[in-house]
Design a protein around this ligand. Structure first.
Ligand SMILES: Cc1cc2nc3c(=O)[nH]c(=O)nc-3n(C[C@H](O)[C@H](O)[C@H](O)COP(=O)(O)OP(=O)(O)OC[C@H]3O[C@@H](n4cnc5c(N)ncnc54)[C@H](O)[C@@H]3O)c2cc1C
Length: 243
């Protein structure tokens, strides 16, 4: 695949969306910037850190679809004790400007790679997978069959809840959410960590798919091991580790 050119630019935040009590989406205005990427790729963000005067550099997956030309969205989950993620989820307001560089990464999908994909994520690992689903929806790729299997700790922590529900109404997109710690009464989704049984139940013709795994390193390693045991070819598994 052809590489997308690397760009550096400064962009203002035009909207801050509260996704969950710990997670925010920052929407940047990138009109006027020539920036293109494949769904699944990430950018490096420079984050001023007032307590020490440092300028932190952190990787954030792009949440929006490349078809949305004027806006770039990043979704950041606060890590207790973390530096950049705490600033980004508590201090940032409309009008703040950030230095952004990208796109980076080989964890991406386009319709040329496969028309059957399974996206597996945990927590903020859903972000690049969302970019892929938004791209499929917005480009009207009805011949692509995508399954998203994502785990969150609780109902309150489901990132993109409403949009995932909307996406699941498309006949070629299947969304399955599992809650690992607590679920509200009447919860009709899955419970517990993603395991072989879930994959066997939710994914048709397991070896025929291309897999995208994203989340904490231990999660990605576990999922990869699980897929290899289910006889998925190593070359059919793409991973992104958020360490
Ligand atoms: C390719 C890629 C894409 C990513 N995309 C996203 C995304 O879309 N959304 C997202 O939310 N995150 C994403 N991340 C993670 C992100 O880059 C940051 O790592 C995350 O936001 C935490 O940064 P921080 O500065 O808040 O934490 P840091 O200050 O770097 O700390 C990270 C963790 O280490 C702990 N820690 C810090 N210092 C110590 C210490 N001395 N001893 C023990 N523990 C310590 C902290 O408590 C914290 O939990 C991505 C990472 C990669 C590599």
């Amino acid at each position: 695949m052809e590489r997308k050119p690397l760009r550096e630019f400064v962009a203002p935040v035009v909207k801050v969306i509260e996704e969950t009590p710990t997670t925010k989406t920052l929407v940047f205005d990138i009109s006027g910037v020539e920036f293109d990427f494949y769904p699944g790729q990430y950018v490096m963000l420079k984050v001023p850190y007032p307590p020490t005067g440092e300028e932190l550099k952190r990787a954030y997956s792009i949440a929006s679809s490349p078809l949305q030309r004027n806006r770039l969205e990043l979704t950041i989950k606060r890590k207790e004790g973390g530096k950049a993620s705490v600033i980004l989820t508590t201090q940032v307001k409309e009008g703040d400007r950030f230095f952004i560089k990208g796109p980076y990464g080989k964890f991406y999908w386009t319709e040329e790679l496969s028309t059957r994909i399974v996206l597996i994520g945990a927590g903020s690992g859903v972000v690049p997978l969302m970019s892929i689903l938004r791209y499929i929806r917005d480009k009207g790729l009805h011949n692509v069959r995508a399954t998203l299997l994502v785990s969150y700790t609780s109902y309150e922590e489901i990132i993109y809840r409403n949009e995932l529900e909307e996406l699941s109404r498309h006949s070629n997109i299947k969304v399955r959410i599992t809650l690992t710690r607590e679920a509200p009464e009447g919860w009709e989704g899955l419970r517990g960590r993603i395991n072989a049984d879930m994959i066997l139940r939710e994914v048709e013709d397991i070896p025929a798919n291309l897999y995208y795994l994203c989340g904490p390193p231990a999660f990605v390693d576990d999922m990869k091991e699980l897929l290899l045991q289910l006889r998925v070819d190593r070359k059919q598994i793409k991973t992104e580790r958020y360490d």
